[in-house]
Design a protein around this ligand. Sequence first.
Ligand SMILES: *Cc1c(COP(=O)(O)O)cnc(C)c1O
Length: 634
Amino acid sequence: MSDWDVQKSSELYGIEYWGADYFRINSQGNVEASPQGLKGPKIDLMNLVEDLIERGIRMPMLLRFPDIVKSRIDLLTGCFARAIKEYNYQGEYRGVYPIKVNQQRHLVEEIIDHGREHKFGLEAGSKPELLISLAMMDTPDALIICNGFKDPEYIEMALISQKLGRKTIIVVDRMAELEMIVTAAKKLGIRPKIGLRAKLYTPGAGRWAETSGARSKFGLTPSEIVHSLDYLRQQEMLDSLELLHFHIGSQIPSIQSIKMAIREAARTLTEIYNLGGHIRYLDVGGGLGVDYDGSGRSDSSTNYSEQEYANDVVSSLLSICDEKKVPHPHIISESGRSLVAHTSVLIFDVLGMNEVAKKDYQLTEVEKESRLVQDLWDIYQNVNKKNINEFYNDWIEKKRDTQNLYNYGVLSLEQRAKADDLSWAIAFKMSKVAQEAEDAEDILKELQRELSDTYFCNFSVFQSIPDSWALDQLFPVIPIHRHQEEPTRRATLADLTCDSDGHISHFIDTTTGEPSESLPVHSLKPQTSYYMGAFLAGAYQEILGDLHNLFGDTDTVHVSVTEGGYHVDHVVEGDSVTEVLNYVEYSRSELLEKVRRTTEASILRGTLSRSEARLLLKHYEQGLAGYTYLFEPK
Ligand SMILES: *Cc1c(COP(=O)(O)O)cnc(C)c1O
């Protein structure tokens, strides 16, 4: 037995960094969740998953922990409350949740419920999202912020909602919307609450950098802002202007960009104030990042904490307002990712593997072998820390020779197989040696890439973690059990789709700090399931997910953890095959009818028996009613 332990596993997979207060590895070697934070009750994810499978929940499954949402709301509002107190800031903090980040009804309800005591509001970026907000949001005094493309219908609905007691602010994202708002307000006789979105010149940073800058899609230029103020003054509606908004993009990795953006926006706010626009709210948009890889320095990470974010927003705004003698506005943030990323974990099982490497090799009568095999054998026997660079290059040359000699008809298939097997054994041994050697990082990386197995996994990247495919975003992916054992293999994870892009090949690597193409994993045991979790999957992934190869929504379970147990709040059943076929306009009854007719014809022709026909139709009907993912009884 190796001297492996759960502490080594925690370090290897970096869960100490990205797991925040919610995930860690317990002494049994399983991943454990504490949705209310470190001091709250805990649950062993492996036990939970086994329980849920017994109840009939299917793999893959999405676990959602509503208490994490509550904890994140408390964290964010707490950070702003502390900053406001510390700097003696005169405005309040008012959070709003941008619905687009995850629109699932149960989640939105949980945010409204848990946010009630903090007057947490909603942000809508489209007409459908406004419709959700108007129906669901009943917290007195909470704000509804309307962003996105607007038409008169959207605007009139937002205006009338004020009569229902909603505090709905319409943000002008494009110049044309201002006139639409004024016209609608006059027609309905309702005083609008208007916001202006400023197009900041501060460059964004990270993956979503194009959200800001002079060419960004939304927002008003300085000249358009001046023009808007003139127009509102003419219309005698300057007092309707209540808010200034900006959004420099999502997942901002660096606090410096955030500070620069706040300064630019605060300057604009004070200038508007001096021109007679008495702005009451500064809306700093989204962008508060999540530490997906725990590195503190990549685009998937952040170089600041939530408290530092709140401190910098409050203090930067305060100093500019004080300098220009402008009253402190209330601060709104539209943090979406930071509120919900931690709440969801995708659990999937590994269906099998493709093993590339033979780990060791025995050769008895060396002198009878071909020259090539003898040379390879020599490398295999004698590679060590000192000669690894030289032997690595020799080995690459011998591999090339193997290929050439085979193609020119010198090596037989059997001789080639021998050379191949020996080559893999060399690669394996060399990777061990490279770990010990100095200056062999490049060799090690290359060998690990070549030696990695493929684990076939029961999920679709396109449905469940699309940003892993589309943006190469890193999500922490780790086994949820067996952490007492050393993971002795490395693998890339392939999904169920037939698409060669359907795989995860970007993983956190805590040893180098750079993303790795393969993940340390355990060997598969016969007749035993191996479960993995993709963590921090609660933001953006569910709605961006698509039906590639017709793999649909997974089963979703909302779990509340209590002292000594847990409670299943909701089960949202995943798509059936019939449902995904409906999206692409196939109806169940027509499909069945066609298959039935074909079987009848085959019975008449005598190529199909009646009992075969019955079996075929039974499988066909069961297939239509069933889950889109695989089920393999163990
Ligand atoms: C997408 C978006 C957000 C959410 O950003 P996060 O980085 O997820 O917090 C906030 N505001 C606007 C206008 C957005 O478009």
